[in-house]
Design a protein around this ligand. Sequence first.
Ligand SMILES: Nc1ncnc2c1ncn2[C@@H]1O[C@H](COP(=O)(O)OS(=O)(=O)O)[C@@H](OP(=O)(O)O)[C@H]1O
Length: 406
Amino acid sequence: MAPPGPAGALPAPAEPLSRSIFRKFLLMLCSLLTSLYVFYCLAERCQTLSGPVVGLSGGGEEAGDPGRGVLAGGPRELEMWPAAAQRKRLLQLQQWRRRRPPAPHDDGNEAVWEEETPGLAGGPGGSGAGSSVAEAPPGTLELLLDEGSKQLPQAIIIGVKKGGTRALLEFLRVHPDVRAVGAEPHFFDRSYDKGLAWYRDLMPRTLEGQITMEKTPSYFVTREAPARISAMSKDTKLIVVVRDPVTRAISDYTQTLSKRPDIPTFESLTFKNRSTGLIDTSWSAIQIGIYAKHLEHWLRHFPIGQMLFVSGERLISDPAGELGRVQDFLGLKRIITDKHFYFNKTKGFPCLKKAEGSSKPHCLGKTKGRPHPEIDREVVRRLREFYRPFNLKFYQMTGHDFGWDG
Ligand SMILES: Nc1ncnc2c1ncn2[C@@H]1O[C@H](COP(=O)(O)OS(=O)(=O)O)[C@@H](OP(=O)(O)O)[C@H]1O
């Protein structure tokens, strides 16, 4: 018989031993399943790392072609990947979690968010690959992800506007040892008064051995930029993507036209006085292309060996070749090769088989590679004549004939 309970209370029913054991078992099973789920999520994410595409045939395939399934990371790919790439992926995820609004001065033509969201579902412009970090139990990943620190850039793509700077940065970001801010910070031209701490805070976190980069094409034509960058670090490596100044001017004009369709024609803006053929060098579209003049300012603060001039034309015709030069210049292992690119016939440009942090093919956005309006041939001829001496001087200064006057 059970002992009597307190006065007025009903006797507590004794819990059978088997039920209590069953409960404990259920609890343990639940926590085991939760842990397994967390590890599964982590492992799956690691498999969607970006990186060299292995075992793929040549280019020429359209984005989203059937057969491109091989691009999704598999065990073989994981084997090929250095630990740095996996850690880079973790840093990207962390960055994404802590993401802030884009830097105040992106030029409005850059698909900033798309580029900043590396293949994650739930983020604006995310590719939908993999599961969202937000789905992971809070705090679980924090320990793993809280790695790296923000550094001032060791290398900057300083120009030129419409040269192909976005393409170069996007291609470079594929490298596991490169981390770059997606938006254009415009620190050395428009936000210098905000201070270096503000600038550094815009940067992504990096691990030891990784390079921090940014691109702001207007630096090349900003008088104060060379001294300011040198004051930050005189060892900063500078990359300039240059393009035939005539095509560059037309590209620049095309961009403005897309925003303000009522502007005068290219032909009328080109000349101060069309009948005398006097070129209006105060028009920025013309002025930016006088590369030799701008370069003079940089050479007062940096040795030529600390600058790399990338051909905008070759970046399109042979992206891997130009990327080889850039990787050498940055002291990086040549990881980005022709295996990373394919020519997208629809886009008419080389695209990445896999963008940074994604397993999907990636072309630049609609604002890159726009069709240009037809320009009067006589005006183009006059412009070529105008630029020729400056181009020759530029070839001399850089020791490189870019072939615009051939
Ligand atoms: N792979 C690839 N895909 C698309 N576009 C490419 C590529 N490589 C170089 N380019 C050329 O880049 C030009 C735009 O240059 P920028 O990125 O420097 O422009 S910006 O200054 O940042 O606005 C852009 O100029 P437009 O053709 O006039 O649009 C392109 O010709």
